[in-house]
Ligand binder design. Structure first.
Ligand code: 5GP
Ligand code: MN
Length: 338
């Protein structure tokens, strides 16, 4: 963090404040971990924070300390808007533009305080008074650790915060294997374990809490996996019918896209998931090496994210979306095979 920004933050936090903490829509382990980790820290400092998630999130994240206090905008607009109207500060965590919070963006109209952004996505917008953006960071949770450290308070990190921040670092690094995992990431992780993070329990809570239906859905996804070796590309499709047949619940498809990348030689993997309620196909894109799925998704699929992990969507039906995707690949052949 820049020295001047630290000064501004210290000033903003030097008296008890009513503070909003907002993760992105469809929050993942990093977004919820960062939000609840920061929530516990701010409370310990005498502030009055409230986490407002734009919409629901998967069950496997709900064990985190502070979870019961999270407000969900989608299902409780009135209660959320009351809190928003009274808030003095707003932390936005794990996203780079306010359109990433869906309808909550318009819910924030009555907020007139300062925004503080902590995020590691490419191309951050400039709405915040303090923008702590670092695209080289493994996760927003790692950044929240550095943020607390910059305020001189790393010794005050509680067991609750440690458990939350560990979770987001673990999920966003694919359990410490993606290239953004640095020696500093591991030092932060070591420090979080020293502060009480139950590392083995966290892995268990996140990764070993499958339902039989979810594993069968994975089986279905894997049987739909198609490799296009000519382009070092693989993709998976899931229709709404297939999701229904496996009693799909939020979070069930998390991580499926990575199986494409586990095929030998594959550098670009995509999953297309039909969402009939929203009338879209939700797309997750992953890559290895220099091929930027952020650029690809921004250009063709109304999305973005990081160089090696991005999201997007399509308004075309599933089959047409896949056909369109395939039609794009020849122009990327060199980048994907060099
Ligand atoms: P996922 O595929 O898991 O939905 O998203 C992968 C990564 O890209 C996550 O870090 C997520 O926050 C980010 N992401 C997903 N959708 C979008 C989008 O529409 N815009 C931007 N900027 N980032 C996205
Ligand atoms: Mn993240």
């Amino acid at each position: 963090m820049k020295k001047d920004d630290i000064k501004v933050v210290k000033k903003l936090l030097n008296t008890p404040k009513k503070i909003l903490i907002i993760p992105h829509k469809n929050p993942d382990g990093d977004a919820i971990g960062a939000s609840l980790g920061l929530y516990d820290y701010l409370r310990s400092q005498g502030h009055h924070p409230v986490v407002i998630a734009p919409n629901e999130y998967p069950e496997f994240l709900k064990w985190m300390p502070g979870n019961e206090q999270v407000l969900i905008y989608e299902s409780g607009k009135d209660a959320c808007e009351k809190v928003i109207g009274e808030a003095e500060l707003c932390f936005t965590l794990d996203f780079n533009a306010l359109n990433r919070i869906g309808d909550l963006e318009s819910g924030l109209k009555s907020f007139s305080g300062d925004y503080l952004m902590i995020d590691h996505h490419q191309q951050p917008d400039t709405y915040a008074t303090v923008t702590y953006s670092d695209v080289s960071m493994s996760s927003t949770c790692e950044m929240v650790y550095h943020f607390i450290d910059a305020l001189g308070h790393s010794d005050l990190i509680s067991e609750a915060t440690a458990n939350c921040l560990y979770t987001g670092i673990m999920t966003d690094t694919g359990s410490f294997r993606f290239p953004a995992t640095t020696s500093t990431t591991h030092r932060v992780i070591a420090s979080l374990i020293d502060k009480g993070a139950k590392n083995s329990e966290i892995h268990n809570n996140i990764y070993d809490s499958n339902s039989p239906e979810r594993l069968q859905l994975l089986g279905c996804a894997l049987s739909n996996l198609t490799a296009l070796e000519e382009y070092n590309t693989a993709y998976i499709t899931l229709t709404a019918k297939e999701l229904d047949q496996h009693q799909f619940k939020k979070g069930d498809t998390e991580g499926f896209v990575n199986y494409g990348l586990s095929l030998k030689g594959i550098r670009f993997a995509v999953i297309f998931i039909e969402n009939i309620q929203e009338g879209i196909v939700k797309i997750s894109l992953r890559s290895k090496g220099d091929f930027s799925v952020n650029e690809f998704s921004r250009k063709h699929f109304q999305g973005g994210g990081h160089i090696n992990a991005a999201g997007g969507k399509s308004d075309l039906p599933l089959e047409e979306t896949v056909a369109f995707f395939k039609s794009l690949l020849p122009q990327y052949k060199e980048a994907l095979t060099q």
